[in-house]
Design a protein around this ligand. Structure first.
Ligand code: MG
Length: 211
């Protein structure tokens, strides 16, 4: 179980990860054994660092690190006029969303700066530079069709055999939420035969790479 003090820091951060799903994320990452436990964790979409605290706590326990990838400008659905917009995240000088200061504050407050490496940039741009095995991949980036397909194509091949792929905002029922994490990440991962489902908690799905 995650240290209660770390959970408190996670819950104090802004974001959309319910406590039960954060705990499931932590438990899944802590369940890794062998090479997959020692390989880096990668989080796509860190926002203000809420889920990153659960992942960072697990990485510390496993003796590895989390690469937390986000451009910190917000996805389409976070922009003004969209459902998931938070005006208090706007940078007054530029009028643009900037979640990086909130992210830094979350990670520093939780004392996780030694295990969380922030990568500030576009997921596909960073993916083009990445060629190493990943023990735990958490995809919670742009929820449109295009970013979801790109994250699936660019990142899932790097999950090592025995490693885990976690996907957030998976809604099999369309009335519960948007389609791309379900249709363009979760279903293709299972259909391809490379992954098998391990657990489902709320909208969080955890799959294991089996071949
Ligand atoms: Mg999410």
């Amino acid at each position: 179980m995650i240290d209660p003090e770390l959970r408190r820091h996670a819950l104090a951060a802004r974001g959309f990860m319910p406590e039960v799903e954060g705990d499931a994320l932590f438990d899944a990452a802590c369940s890794l054994r062998g090479d997959a436990a020692r390989a880096p964790f990668v989080e796509i979409g860190s926002w203000c660092g809420r889920s990153t605290v659960w992942l960072g706590a697990a990485a510390r326990q496993q003796g590895t690190v989390v690469l937390a990838v986000d451009h910190h400008r917000g996805s389409e659905e976070n922009q003004p006029g969209w459902e998931w917009h938070d005006p208090t995240l706007l940078d007054a000088a530029t009028g643009r969303i900037d979640t990086l200061p909130f992210f830094r504050s979350t990670i520093a407050g939780a004392g996780l700066e030694d295990v969380v490496v922030a990568v500030v940039g576009e997921s596909p741009v960073f993916a083009a530079c990445w060629n190493a095995p990943i023990g735990f991949l958490f995809i919670d980036g742009g929820h449109g069709v295009e970013p979801a397909r790109a994250d699936y194509a660019n990142w899932t091949p790097h999950v090592m055999i025995g490693g885990l792929l976690a996907i957030h905002d998976v809604f099999p029922d369309p009335t519960d939420g948007g389609r791309p994490p379900y249709e363009d990440i979760y279903l293709p991962a299972l259909a391809g035969g490379r992954f098998e489902e391990v657990s489902a908690t709320g909208s969080l799905r955890v799959l294991r790479r089996v071949r």
